[in-house]
Structure formats: structure tokens, C-alpha cells
Design a protein around this ligand. Structure first.
Ligand SMILES: [Zn+2]
Ligand SMILES: [Zn+2]
Length: 333
């Protein structure tokens, strides 16, 4: 099978992924082999490839928003059959034993395995996955459209639930990438008023088109204080700004795996039972609920597709913020 393989971490300017022919995988116990149709490319892949998040093994096939059809099912696999339309997200397999796993908080697992970090991911024609990492996908979406649901969609969903935004309340969204784009649609569906803060004029226009009640730069004042906020941009000053715009009792959730430092917070910004928390990874329940919501809601998902062998160029475009939508690699066989 075709694969884009990371042998040594390096800046994406040097095209570190090597196009290789790898032997096809065989499904062992409780595993399936998926013929990959599409795989999203996200900032986490970039951080792994450049070594900011050091890979847990090398060589490695990156990619953790994997969409395809089951080709082979290993012994002991139930509920998944050859031909099923499935996806695999970032959390590949929690340990199942630690105190977090035992209390349905496997997103905080102490010894988790991640797709495209600990096990080979979806920048390839085939991918082997443990059944725990395989989810049935909703109908009505193309392979490429499903890919961002598995990372941006899932983490956005978790952050949104942690924000506890409710009907009639206001939700501030800081940064307007693919995850924010989906959260806006979830919030509107539940009758939440959404205010979007982003530097990009194009993104402000898009937010208003999709139904945001306000779109401005972070320095601007929204028409009402925020009852909840999600900070998607990895910029610590925005968490502080969100608190400045928050009403008492509000929740500010940071959704990134990485952020620049949050500046010193004067006590009145957090007083009034305001809380600041981060969303980390996702549980199996988050993935299932988000995919079920996607089936119900028919999200608008903006994607730009590229052939697998252009992965290095796509990563560079992502790094340089030259993409207008979620980047997805599509396979041609
Ligand atoms: Zn991701
Ligand atoms: Zn665990």
C-alpha cells in the first residue's frame, strides 16, 4: 500500500514525509483493517512531524482523522463488518485500567495510545485499527467531509459541552477554524447566541453567514457579556480577554492541545464564580454523540482536498495559514 512515512522529524519545509510502498496490514484479534478513503491533516500532525510533540515511534505513518471502509475484520470482532463506513479519531486506545478509564474519563487516561502518534495513522492506503477506535459514520457526508468531524468536530463538541452553554445564553468563540465552524452550528441548533472573535475578515464574514449574532476582532466589545466561551486559537491572551468579556458564573474553555502562556489574571476576572478550564482529548461517548449529532444536523463542513502524495505541501500550507478550510488527503484507489 501507498503511505507517507515519517522517518525523522524535521521542519515541513524540508518535506520530511517519504512516499513509500508498505506491506498491507493483517487484522489480528479485535482489530480491523480499513481501506482509507480520506484523512484529515491538522496542527497536531504538524507538531508531531516537526518534533514539537515527539513521535512515540519511528518510522511512523501520521494522520488521525481517518475515514474509510472496513476491508478485513479480525477474530473476535462483533458489530463491525467488511464494507462498513467507519472513522478513527485521535484517541486510539485508552489503557482501560487507570482511575480515569475506570470512571469514564478515558480522555484523561494515563497510558493512552493515539492514532498517528503511537500507532500508524491514515496517511496511507490502508490502516489497521483496534475496534475501540472504530466508529460508524453518518450517511450523507463524503469521505473528506467526515474527516474534520473526527478531530475538530469531536474536540469542539467536548469543549462546547464543558462550556455548558444553554438555550438563550451567549457563547463567545475565539478563533474560527474548522472546529469553531462546527461548534457554531451545534450552538445555533440549541438556541445559543454566538459571538465570534477572529482577526480574519473572511472568517468574520463566514461566521455571520452561518448565523453568528456578532463577529468582530477580540479587542471589540460584543453586544452582551458572555455566559460561556471557547478559545480555539492557541493564544493565552485570548483566554484572559474571554474572561474580561464574561458575566459572573461563566465558563471559559480552552480547546487546544497547545497554547502560548496565559497572562497574569487580576482576581476580579475570575471572581464571581467564573471558571477557566481546558478540554483535553475526548471520550468514546463524545465521539459517538458528535457523530450522532452530525447524522441529525447535517453540518456544513468546509474542506479542501489533496492527493496523498502532496502531504508535505499541505502541511507547509497549514503551517503558513494558507488554507481556507480543513485540509483533507484523499486516496485514489
Ligand atoms: Zn487533530
Ligand atoms: Zn487509562
Amino acid at each position: 500500500m501507498d503511505a507517507m512515512v515519517l522517518e525523522n522529524c524535521a521542519f515541513v519545509e524540508t518535506s520530511p514525509l517519504v512516499h513509500k510502498e508498505l506491506p498491507d496490514s493483517v487484522a489480528q484479534d479485535a482489530e480491523v483493517v480499513v481501506r482509507v478513503g480520506a484523512c484529515g491533516v491538522c496542527h497536531t500532525d504538524l507538531h508531531i512531524i516537526e518534533g514539537e510533540l515527539p513521535p512515540h515511534r519511528l518510522p511512523l505513518v501520521p494522520g488521525h482523522q481517518v475515514v474509510g471502509r472496513v476491508e478485513e475484520v479480525g477474530p473476535g470482532v462483533e458489530d463491525i463488518q467488511a464494507g462498513d463506513f467507519v472513522g478513527t479519531p485521535w484517541l486510539h486506545r485508552p489503557c482501560g485500567k487507570c482511575r480515569f478509564c475506570r470512571s469514564d474519563r478515558e480522555n484523561l487516561c494515563l497510558e493512552p495510545l493515539f492514532t498517528g502518534w503511537d500507532v500508524d495513522g491514515g496517511f496511507a492506503g490502508r490502516m489497521k485499527a483496534s475496534v475501540e477506535a472504530v466508529y460508524h459514520l453518518p450517511q450523507g457526508y463524503s469521505d473528506a467531509e467526515c474527516a474534520p468531524l473526527l478531530c475538530g468536530g469531536v474536540i469542539g463538541y467536548r469543549a462546547y459541552r464543558l462550556s455548558k452553554a444553554r438555550e438563550g445564553e451567549t457563547l463567545g468563540i475565539f478563533g474560527f477554524g474548522s472546529s469553531a465552524h462546527l461548534v457554531l452550528q451545534m450552538a445555533l441548533h440549541e438556541g445559543v447566541k454566538v459571538f465570534v472573535f477572529t482577526r480574519s475578515e473572511h472568517h468574520r464574514e463566514l461566521a455571520l453567514e452561518l448565523g453568528a449574532a456578532f463577529a468582530g476582532k477580540a479587542e471589540e466589545e460584543p453586544p452582551r457579556l458572555l455566559d460561556a466561551a471557547i478559545v480555539f486559537a492557541p493564544v493565552g491572551t485570548l483566554a484572559k480577554r474571554a474572561l474580561e468579556l464574561s458575566s459572573p458564573g461563566s465558563r471559559v474553555v480552552t480547546a487546544g492541545i497547545y497554547s502560548t502562556p496565559i497572562p497574569e489574571l487580576p482576581y476580579p476576572l475570575i471572581y464571581g464564580e467564573r471558571s477557566l478550564l481546558s478540554a483535553a482529548n475526548s471520550t468514546r461517548r463524545d465521539v459517538r454523540e458528535l457523530l450522532s449529532l452530525a447524522g441529525e444536523l447535517r453540518f456544513q463542513v468546509a474542506v479542501e482536498t489533496f492527493p496523498l502524495h502532496e502531504a508535505n505541501q499541505v502541511l507547509l500550507d497549514l503551517k503558513k495559514s494558507r488554507l481556507q478550510a480543513s485540509a483533507v488527503l484523499v486516496m485514489n484507489d
